[in-house]
Design a protein around this ligand. Structure first.
Ligand code: ZN
Length: 407
């Protein structure tokens, strides 16, 4: 754990504390039941705003090897994400005219879901994934994967070994990297001069507008506006070709870039929306922090009222973001008895800090608690549809954000 001495994107020291979510355990550090009484390491969860470049970032960083050694988020566990990546691979092959000689490299390739979709289109693929357990899952589905961290040095070595890439994808990874300038320079080294770097990041505009404060956890060191991202790209020698808004992960940006120095016109409407919301001013984030505190009060009041009426409450899902919510709001088994999750690596464990037992999904329809609080609220439509059996037996769903409500 170390306090970051300067802005992760631009190096400025002009940063201001704008949100304090307290000290929490790591959001993916699920606890084995036999370790329930052992102390869990906690780390401050605070956001700073950089006055120089606009990047919102964590105040202190946990070393990546502590965070990612046994990563348990599986892209393939969500049918929404599988459909999203399959559509992206098909579109990219058409749009960039990728063929059997072209190489697609993905940083943080997780369980290989995206690259498997490219491979089906007949393109060469390579995953770079620091979590060894995920690399093995990708290899099992025929996706070549190197178990290492991506850096500028890694990029140089890969280019020497395999030649340049026609497409470098970094989906939901830039938010995780402590050395943002190094990773972006690495992307520029690895890609062909006329190739494309495609990145997806959760968009800070939605985090602020829709009160998605639970997406703040130690694995997410940076929270990007299009403005902060454009500055970081320019400093790395990448010119933005296109920007699109995506519905995944509560609202994301997809930015396409290639080596160059001039950003294209696609960026301007995104910058205009950010100015309208005031994302370049610290006061906007202080106002956000006041709404976050009000959400905690309202969510606790709703759960306590239902419990007071004798209702039983469980949760659905054990995502990282759920742990920020549970720990910040102080919600434990006295309010929410347990949660259920599709990921077999999580079932049988306790959620970090709050210690909700994680059970298999079918328990929900069998046990029939009166309410189930959906922690991965971005997947709520998919979950409500899948859990028809629970609903048919009288079960009802709650969502916590942007305001707590019964669906
Ligand atoms: Zn900065």
């Amino acid at each position: 754990m170390s306090a970051s001495p300067a802005c992760l994107a631009c190096g400025s020291k002009e940063r201001e504390l704008v949100l304090d979510l307290g000290a929490t355990p790591l959001a993916n550090a699920n606890v084995a039941p036999e370790r329930a009484r052992a102390a869990e390491p906690r780390y401050p969860l605070q956001l700073l705003f950089c006055h120089a470049c606009g990047l919102v970032q964590l105040s202190e960083l946990v070393p990546p090897e502590v965070l990612f050694s046994d990563y348990v988020y599986l892209t393939g566990a969500s049918s929404t994400m599988v459909a999203h990546f399959t559509a992206f691979a098909q579109e990219a092959v058409r749009r960039f005219e990728l063929g059997p000689r072209d190489l697609v490299v993905e940083l943080a390739s997780n369980d290989g879901t995206l690259l498997a979709a490219f491979r089906e289109q007949g393109v060469r693929v390579l995953g770079i994934e620091p979590a060894a357990n995920l690399c093995r899952l990708a290899e099992a589905r025929g996706v070549e994967c190197e178990p290492r961290f991506f850096s500028e040095a890694t990029a140089r070595a890969l280019r020497a070994e395999r030649g340049p890439a026609a497409l470098v994808c970094a989906n939901n990874v830039l938010a995780h990297v402590p050395d943002l300038p190094g990773v972006l320079r690495g992307c520029r080294h690895l890609v062909e001069p006329a190739g494309v770097v495609s990145i997806e990041v959760p968009w800070l505009l939605h985090l602020v507008e829709r009160l998605e404060y639970d997406t703040v956890y130690h694995e997410h060191v940076s929270y990007f506006s299009a403005g902060a991202l454009a500055g970081a790209f320019a400093r790395a020698g990448l010119a933005i070709l296109d920007v699109a808004e995506l519905p995944v992960h509560g609202g994301s940006l997809r930015v396409l870039a290639r080596p160059g120095s001039e950003h294209g016109p696609a960026l301007a409407p995104f910058l205009a929306r950010e100015r309208e919301l005031g994302l370049e001013r610290a006061e906007t984030y202080h106002a956000f922090a006041r709404r976050v505190a009000a959400n905690r009060t309202a969510l606790r009041a709703l759960l306590e009222r239902l419990r007071g009426d004798g209702k039983r409450i469980a949760a659905y899902g054990a995502p990282a973001k759920g742990n920020t919510l549970l720990n910040y709001c102080g919600i434990g088994p006295e309010l929410v008895e347990y949660t259920v999750d599709r990921n077999p690596l999580k079932v049988g464990k306790l959620t970090p800090g709050a210690h909700l037992p994680i059970r298999p999904v079918p328990v929900l329809a069998e046990d029939r608690p009166d309410y189930a609080l959906i922690l991965p609220w971005n997947l709520a439509p998919e979950i409500v549809q899948q859990e028809a059996a629970y609903r048919a037996r009288g079960g009802r769903f709650l969502v916590p954000i942007p305001e707590p409500k019964v669906l």
